[in-house]
Design a protein around this ligand. Structure first.
Ligand SMILES: Nc1nc2c(ncn2[C@@H]2O[C@H](COP(=O)(O)OP(=O)(O)OP(=O)(O)O)[C@@H](O)[C@H]2O)c(=O)[nH]1
Ligand SMILES: [Mg+2]
Length: 426
């Protein structure tokens, strides 16, 4: 963003903040009103009740309290989510201003933005801080707004490689910048703008090739999304967040617990099912056949008129071949039972694994017929650049990104927001 753009965007951000603040105040007042009304009604109700009824009521309340305590302890045990609570508007700070500017730059009107969007963008920017520190901050510290020189390009090349952007993507942008530099003087700020545009082209290419700007379940069809990847990358967590997004967007959603290899996998998934209010189809017996679980889940989905079936798969089997065989078997069952289903095989990659993740993507892509990637753990890694390598070197469209362990910490991928967060100014 240029300085002029920044000035008007700052004003825009202030207006947006005031509007959101007002909305929040109104919501709070409404909630207080409701609360008072509720209390009033409760009082009247209590007065009406006979002594006997009061006793019964107390017993019911006690039971409910016990159940609530049990649920709370289950939640506290598994993770630190606060899924039911809505997001609160924070301070009018740097994070808010930057997020508002990114939304404005995409043509959003002041009254069209939500606290959720601002919250996510702030998270993404903070999450990518380590990656960013590795190159933009260092580059700006060194050269400020001086025109780019061949030496600064060499430094930029090193920094891009260090952020795991990958050799191919790095060569592409550095060659283009070098060419531009031979033709004209390129200021620091202009250099960053050019870099953003070129990186965005790289990351957008597989998305454009796929013909789908974002991935959503197709209405009127049965959609099956297989969540695959090596162990520990975040498959189950991502599936839980997807279930939440999907059911919140009114798609009838179902989960198949097809990781039957790891003992605790079904329990972990059930907790996510409860959080997202999505039913989980599982087979409790140890080492049940994953394809049989998927078979059962499809039958259940047919009965319930499900829009989207999310399938959790194992990340670790005895050998890699077992893993690929198992995925092939699951796919076969789906093709046989619901040949018209829209099937997506989404590879989950842990950004913090950098080049290793890239290797996994290449190996999975060879044998698992993937249709997209989900990048997780973008919070707190210095290797967020690997997303570019996945786009350029494996040709996979990135469909969602995750930056945290909370139920809301996953969003459909938006290249503009991602690159802005990756290269945000100080
Ligand atoms: N910080 C952070 N942690 C994450 C994110 N996504 C997942 N995790 C954590 O990564 C760990 C592994 O996540 P799982 O979802 O169990 O990974 P998995 O791929 O299903 O693992 P297996 O089933 O064992 O193969 C958990 O502690 C998650 O909370 C993320 O975006 N950010
Ligand atoms: Mg798992």
């Amino acid at each position: 963003m240029t300085n002029n753009e920044s000035d008007s965007s700052l004003e825009w951000a202030a207006q947006a903040y005031a509007l959101l603040k007002q909305k929040q105040e109104e919501q709070k007042q409404e909630e207080q009103k409701q609360e008072l009304k509720k209390q009033e009604e409760q009082k009247q109700e209590e007065q009406k009740q006979e002594e006997q009824k009061q006793v019964e009521q107390k017993q019911v309340e006690q039971k409910q309290e016990l159940k609530k305590q049990e649920e709370q302890s289950l939640n506290a045990h598994s993770s630190s989510f606060n899924d039911e609570k809505s997001v609160e508007l924070g301070a009018f700070d740097d994070d808010f201003t930057w997020s508002a500017m990114v939304l404005a730059a995409q043509g959003k009107k002041v009254d069209q933005i939500s606290i959720d969007e601002v919250d996510w963008l702030s998270k993404l920017r903070r999450g990518l801080e380590e990656t960013r520190k590795g190159f933009v901050t260092e580059l700006l510290d060194k050269y400020g707004d001086d025109p780019l020189t061949p030496e600064s390009l060499d430094d930029l090349e090193t920094l891009l490689l260090r952020a795991d952007v990958g050799i191919d993507s790095t060569n592409t942008v550095i060659d283009l910048l070098r060419k531009k530099l031979n033709e004209e003087v390129v200021g620091g700020e202009e250099g960053i703008k050019f870099l953003k545009e070129e990186l965005r082209l790289i990351i957008d290419k597989p998305i454009i090739n796929s013909g789908k700007k974002i991935l959503v379940p197709q209405k009127g069809k049965f959609n099956v999304w297989l969540i695959v990847g090596v162990n520990g990358v975040g498959k189950t967590t991502t599936l839980g967040k997807l279930a939440y997004l999907s059911s919140k967007s009114n798609y009838k959603t179902l989960i198949a617990a097809a990781d039957t290899f790891r003992a605790a996998a079904v329990e972990q998934l059930k907790v996510w099912g409860e959080r997202s209010k999505v039913e989980v189809i599982s087979n409790q017996s140890r080492n049940a056949d994953p394809a049989a679980v998927v078979f059962d889940a499809i039958s259940a989905a047919n009965k319930r008129n499900t829009d989207l079936l999310l399938v959790d798969t194992a990340g670790r089997l005895q050998t890699k071949n077992n893993l690929m065989d198992e995925l092939a078997k699951i796919k076969k069952i789906i093709d046989k039972k619901v040949p018209d289903a829209i099937v997506e095989s989404l590879l989950v990659l842990d950004a913090s694994q950098g080049q290793n993740g890239l290797k996994q993507a290449k190996s999975f892509a060879k044998s698992a017929n993937l249709s997209g990637a989900i990048i997780t753990k973008l919070d707190g890694t210095s290797r967020g650049g690997v997303s570019l390598a996945v786009s350029q070197e494996v040709g996979l469209p990135i469909r969602f990104i995750g930056a945290g362990e909370g139920i809301r910490d996953l969003r459909p991928f938006n290249s503009f927001e991602f690159i802005e967060a990756l290269l945000a100014d100080r």
